[in-house]
Ligand binder design. Sequence first.
Ligand SMILES: Cc1ncc(COP(=O)(O)O)c(C=O)c1O
Length: 388
Amino acid sequence: MVKSFKIEDTAAKLVEKSTLLKILNYIDTVDLKTPVLLMDGDRIRRNAATIGRGIDGCKVFYAVKANPSVEVLRLLTGLDVGFEISNIGELNVLSALGVNPGRIISSNPVKTTDFIKSAYSYGVRYFSYDSPTEIEKLSQHAPNSNLYVRLAIPNEGSEWPLSKKFGVEIEDAMSLLTAAKAKGLNPLGITFHVGSQCNNIYNWNIALDKARLLSDMAREAGITISLINIGGGYPIKYTKSVLTVEAIERHINKLIKERFDTTGITVHLEPGRAVVGDAGIMVARVTGKADRLDGRWLYIDVGVFNGLMESIGGIKYTYITETRGTTGIKDNWTLAGPSCDSFDVIDKNVQLYEPEVGDMVLILSGGAYTISYASEFNGCSIPETLIV
Ligand SMILES: Cc1ncc(COP(=O)(O)O)c(C=O)c1O
């Protein structure tokens, strides 16, 4: 049955027209079981082909954590990208797909011993680290591997900061490079992460300034830095426009050229969100409505626990509601998920046309960090991923 959605200009500008049309057509042709994550395969291909192109000598490794569904990974194996993994489950999916280990790196600075052993025996030879304990583990279970040390850098302006858990200052990073060399490992690189959904271009300035200082110190100590891993962080459009990939990469490329002798430098890039985020539209259905003392509540079959975890950490989504017989009047809603937990509130003060129970709600830019965070808490199903 052909569905009717009220799509406003603001929403239409946030998502690629071809992606939206393709997904709307798909919805009309099948009887969809919700919640479901529909991914535009062409969009993923275009994102993967665009990202990294503006940086000289850049190799792209898709951060599997952003969307580890087999369908997405299978599609990516056919493209010119590698994979960044952090844990054994991610390795297992890639090995089941027969991915060549030369295409895999691991940038989790603190890995389980089992993961290090399995990754090494599979053939993975690139690992990040930021502590002496990790050097011990890697020298024992991944001898002669190539290591890149994680620097701490500010994450200001990133909607999903990643600066608190990992990373060391320059002096400590220098000691770690020397210590890794002394243990027979190959400390050839430096890494950092500007924070996910980073719309502040200057984070890359600070990061690359620090990397340059560390690289100079390393050279004096007889260690040549030949790899700069610039992490991920590229932003996508959720509710507003963001820096484009082209603008970010023009900037980064200039910064790298100004700071390093680029003939001897390989750049690794680990985008997650920007590869899959805007290719996905989460399709949910309205399960209930209620007028409460604090206003109108709309309940849908995907929520904080089974797909929209990032909504409680600051990511705001854009929603399009199906409008069968709507009055055409927008209302202010609190949007909540299907579990009984009061933590399961996705957003407040969302202006939406009033849908009916059973109507669909489209959640734009839902391809990244949704199903990878999802649990079956309270018996709620994790959205299936379908490539359309
Ligand atoms: C080490 C590492 N690399 C890459 C990424 C991907 O970042 P993004 O999705 O912002 O591109 C992450 C995200 O958490 C990360 O921790």
